[in-house]
Design a protein around this ligand. Sequence first.
Ligand code: SAH
Ligand code: SF4
Length: 366
Amino acid sequence: MEPAIEAVNLLDLNLAQLEAFVESLGEKRFRARQLMRWIHLYGQDDFAAMSDLARSLREKLAGRAVIAPPRLLDTQASEDGTRKWVLEVGAGNAIETVFIPEGDRGTLCVSSQVGCALACTFCSTGHQGFNRNLTTAEIIGQLWWANRALGRDPKGERIISNVVMMGMGEPLANFECVDAALDIMLDDFGYGLSRRRVTLSTSGIVPALDRLRDRHPVALAVSLHAPNDALRDVIVPINRKYPLAELLAACRRYLEAAPRDFVTFEYVMLDGVNDSTAQAHELLELVAGTPCKFNLIPFNPFPGSQYRRSRPDAIARFRDVLMQAGYVVTVRRTRGDDIDAACGQLAGQVQDRSRRAERLQREGLQ
Ligand code: SAH
Ligand code: SF4
């Protein structure tokens, strides 16, 4: 049976919403769990193949619902094992999802928006401007495709053990859809990931941080990038709305819901901009009293970018200041360089609806 025009895309629904949907079809709630397992555990998109559902239900579903992930445009594999999926999200736009294997963990980097409106000056996505929020189906669809392609290891464990919301976009600027997608990631009938294996990276939208804490306090990464408001106002413009003191207070409130956790502060290393040892000391003062780790990210250049990557000795000195103060510091290795899959290089293809790029150019700001 052909689906009706207003067919519901089941990839948009978390378990509670799927339960409401099956009840609206006159079916028992527990059918939603079976459906969820077929869709997310087995990557099934054909109702006819769902063998433990009655034929009558399968037919009802085929008439009322679809399982429609974003269309797969391309897949690429890097020499270092990194893999990339390019997905079509309509109107000439594409998003990219990257899988990074490392030892016994496999991390999928997921996007939340087409472009980003927050315009951090060192970020390729920010440079392209903003088109729209991704739907829940488009967010979870990235995991759906990658999980279907990668499957399980010989011990039956899923190859994707961790998810980081660090692709294109600011996840907390698309709260509702990201929230439902997180539900599905954490659900035992979905991807069964534990709270600590899902990391959300944000540039610091303070009210949304509080909402996230109340819903599901997943591991939190905060894009700090500067040790004071004067510099952060310039390179992470959302700082003018939510300055550092407010952001750090929100981080501490967040940890109240996850008491043994810590925040990971991300810090992109920009040559001559934010990488001096004096700035490292200033950073230590800023974060005092907030349980945290640091992740230093060597800047990845992109066409038109105005910065240079910090020199390796500058990164080492900066790291040493933080380590000598007793902090855990990691320096992110650049992965997937040869397929443009490194941080801040997830360009995808964005038609800027806000026309910010042209506007800035007209105003002589770029
Ligand atoms: N919008 C969210 C998540 C996406 S960006 C955020 O800003 O946190 C994921 C990480 O990559 C962020 O820490 C971001 O600042 C960093 N990043 C962006 N552009 C980069 C670049 N060109 N080089 C290195 N890291 C970059
Ligand atoms: Fe947006 Fe994050 Fe890029 Fe800033 S760094 S422009 S918040 S995606």
